[in-house]
Ligand binder design. Structure first.
Ligand code: DC
Length: 224
């Protein structure tokens, strides 16, 4: 049995995290939600009033940010400087600023270094935007996830409503499209499908079907 790295990239709210989490659970692999790391960094910048154009303040702030993940009763929780920020990083306040923060090269360098350290022992599933292209270009299995924007917005609205947040469909959809645009057009490690990534469209498939499909692909790599 090979221990492999599974890189899952794609657009916002296509179900990447759900697929990555379920796949990691089936394989007994570690799941790393790299978007949560950019979100936690954004939360720190907002709470500490760091100006996104102030290189010196950003450099200093990055030295004061410690992110880690813990599993609580099967739920993965993001911690920022030992504080549970899992709900705070999923609010629209953070969603509206995270893509601009993710364009900052110093931020990307800090996140990528941590992700490479977390994944170097293999047996990991990472989801993000640049995993197959930049973080682990030699990952054994690369998937690129996409879905229709209306379906993505609807899924995100349901997810946020289930958490008790009041959200508007159009606002959520605009945020997704805006983030896709910023993520795909930034100069530093833009969102791209790696040439050797397998494209998966989740518009018309259930979570169970998606999991079965990616599990099959992962097991082929692990056994080969
Ligand atoms: O996966 P997510 O929607 O939680 O990610 C939030 C933002 O973080 C996304 O709009 C772009 C950025 N991101 C990134 O630039 N690179 C990654 N590897 C993961 C996320």
């Amino acid at each position: 049995m090979n221990q492999i790295i599974i890189a899952i990239d794609g657009y916002s709210s296509c179900g990447k995290s759900t697929i990555a989490k379920a796949l990691a659970q089936k394989l007994n692999y570690i799941f790393i939600d790299t978007g949560a790391m950019y979100r936690a960094t954004t939360l720190f910048f907002l709470d500490n009033k760091i100006n996104f154009d102030d290189d010196a303040a950003i450099h200093q702030a990055l030295g004061n940010i410690k992110i880690h993940f813990e599993n609580h009763n099967g739920k993965r929780i993001t911690f920022l400087n030992d504080q549970n920020v899992e709900d705070a990083i999923r609010t629209m306040r953070v969603s509206q600023s995270v893509s601009p923060v993710a364009t900052i090269s110093a931020v990307r360098r800090a996140m990528v270094a941590q992700q490479q350290a977390m994944g170097k022992a293999k047996s990991v599933v990472l989801d993000g935007r640049d995993i197959g292209t930049v973080v682990f270009p030699n990952a054994e299995l690369k998937l690129f996830i996409t879905a229709d924007p209306d379906i993505r917005a609807q899924r995100r609205v349901s997810e946020l409503k289930n958490k008790g947040q009041v959200v508007n469909f159009e606002e959520v959809k605009q945020n997704l499209l805006e983030r896709d645009h910023i993520d795909s057009s930034r100069a530093d490690s833009p969102l791209r499908q790696a040439t050797d990534a397998i494209l998966i469209d989740t518009t018309h498939t259930t979570q169970e079907e998606q999991l079965n499909m990616v599990l099959e692909l992962a097991l082929q790599k692990i056994k080969s």
